[in-house]
Design a protein around this ligand. Sequence first.
Ligand code: PMP
Length: 442
Amino acid sequence: MFNSLPDFEISRYVERSPKSKKFFNQAQKYLPDGVTRGTSYEPYPLFWEKGKSFNIWDLDGIKRLDFFGNNSSLPLGHGNFEVQQSLNKQLKEGVSFNAPHPAHVELAKIICDRIKSVDLVRFTNSGTEATMNCIYASRAYTGRSYIAKVDGAYHGMYDSVAFNSVGKSYFPDKKMELPNMPAELKDTVIIIPYNDSEKSIQIIKDNADKLACVVVEPMLGGSGFIQADLEYLQNLRQVTQDEGILLVFDEICSLRAGYGGAQAYYDVYPDMSAFGKSLGGGFPIGAFGGKREIMDLYKESTSGQHVQHSGSFNGNPMSMVSGVSTFKQLTPDVYKRLDSLTSKLKEGINNIAGEFDIPVQVTGLGSLFALHFNSNPIKRNSDTDFNDKDRTRQVFFGLLNEGIWSSQNLLGAISTPMEEAQIDAYLIALRNVFARNYTSIR
Ligand code: PMP
């Protein structure tokens, strides 16, 4: 039950962020919406000044715990010593060359050693390009053109995947998310519902002769860190194998599920995978890889179905050394520690919500977590349509006022410098926000 004005948290936010407000006003003169990625929020976003370890400071000098780490891209937090050392060294030695570099081999080896389904890998500058290449390679390999994707899955924003991504669920309808895309594209993208094996299998079978690939996230990232049911992934594996369709895992977020990515966590392996975010340890990156016979289509010597792949900054040494240094530190023991901190946090959130009789579902794999104010289990994007949006917004601003940064839809990530004290700090902050705004039932 609300027992104070819902906008108290926003007034407090505004009181404490005059410099961000000032910069935002200037920013709007030069950047649409004052931002350069779609992460603005009303009344205006905070501008960040610096980050160190698990802390970030806004322009007004307010320090907060960073429970999001650039959308899960900073598993070691800000300014990790070894990562900085390797970057400083690389900065002196040169930041980009149009030639192979030893760090390409090092990071490629790390991926191929850890990710069981990847024999060969190529680098890109973003996750967007990585999923794009999985689609291109699938088309070349299968000789088919259509793709199937999940309702509520974001794979970047380009023609082949700009249908039913984050936001409201449209399934079984298909919504084009960029204006005036060629109408005929609509037929080439098939939408399947997450964690609904029966419907997904039927749709895939009905379109099998046209489908090059089925692209799926083992954990639906943007729609709220919704983990897949094991049987769903197993069923997709089976039906794609039976129908000669490639199974592509978008592991751009879910790479953080564990040492071998979400595919090792589930023990279900795709034909191709796309990686990004955490792989660069904070620097821009993407990678795609998979079975040798598919990736061999990238060899110049391939005749017929050769897939062209270039990019001025592919494998830029700064991103490469940052990724290598990051992943050397992400050992199985480190993942175990992160998992246990995250379990403690999830349990604490459930307990506190219980104290206030607030319905909450906490989702997420590995060191990623998300709060959904909803009384029903969250299995797919359409379930999040019923999340309490006002409460989500209020708690987001409430947590900011309490010194916690997470995403506007309350997605969060735990970084390696964090300890129990930071988990406790999040829980105390959440309890304070609830206590200020809702009545305890205990
Ligand atoms: N796929 C998923 C699952 C993502 O979460 C993202 C980034 N939000 C992308 C693809 C696109 O990656 P990038 O922003 O690096 O292009």
